[in-house]
Design a protein around this ligand. Sequence first.
Ligand code: HEM
Ligand code: HEM
Length: 179
Amino acid sequence: MIPPTAYAPSQKALHWIIAALVAGLVPVALTMANLPDGALKNQLYEWHKSFGLTVLALVAARIVVRSLRGAPPLVPGLPAWQRRAAHASHLALYALIVLVPVLGWAGTSACCAPVLMFWTLPLTLPVSGGMPVGEAILLVHKLAAFTLVTLALVHAAAALHHHLIRRDGTLRRMLPGRG
Ligand code: HEM
Ligand code: HEM
C-alpha cells in the first residue's frame, strides 16, 4: 500500500471524538464508582456503559479506515528510538482502546445482565460465571483503563513537545482542515 500524505478528515474526526469521549468516560467512571447507591449512581453507570460501547463502535470504524487507507509516514528527521517509540505507542493505544471497552462489556455481561445501550439496544455478551467472574474482568477493565489514560497522557505530551519545541508538523497534521 502506498502511504497517504495526510490523515483523512474521517481519521482526524474519529481520533478527536474518541479522545473526547475517553476524557469524559474516565471522570464519570471515578464518580459513579465512589457514589453511594442510588438513582444518580445507576444513571451514571448506564451513561458510562452506553458511551463506552459507542467508543468501541467508533474504534471499529477507525480501524477499518486505517487498514484501508494507512497513515502518513512520521515526520522526517526523527531519531530511530523516537520512531520506534511512536510506532509502539500508537499500536499500544489501538490495542488498549479496543481492550478497555471489550473488558467493560464482557465484565458487565457476566455480572449484571442485561447490557442495554442507551436503555434500548440489547447487547449482552454470552459470558457465564456471574458476579465473581464479572468482578474479576471489571478489575482488569479498570487497570487497563488507567494504563490507557497514562499512555494517552504521555502521547499528548509527546504531541505538544513536537508542536512547541521541535516545531514540526506532527500536531498540525492531526488537526481539522490542515495539511
Ligand atoms: C473506552 C471506554 C471505557 C473507559 C475509558 C472506561 C473507564 C473506566 C474506569 C477508569 C473505571 C474505573 C472506575 C473506578 O472503579 O474507580 C471503569 C469502571 C467500570 N466500567 Fe468502564 N470504561 C470504558 C468502557 C466501558 C464499557 C463499554 C462498559 C460496559 C458496557 C464499562 C463498564 C464499567 C463498569 C460496570 C465499571 C465499574 C466497575 C466497578 O464498579 O468496580 N466500561 N471504567
Ligand atoms: C484517549 C486519547 C487518545 C488516543 C486513544 C489516541 C490515539 C492515537 C493513535 C492510535 C494514533 C495513531 C494514528 C494512526 O497512525 O492511525 C494517534 C495519533 C496522533 N495523536 Fe492521538 N490519541 C489520543 C489523544 C491525543 C491527544 C490528547 C493529542 C494531542 C494533544 C493527540 C495527538 C495526536 C497526534 C498529533 C497524532 C499524529 C501523530 C503522527 O502522525 O505522527 N492524541 N493518536
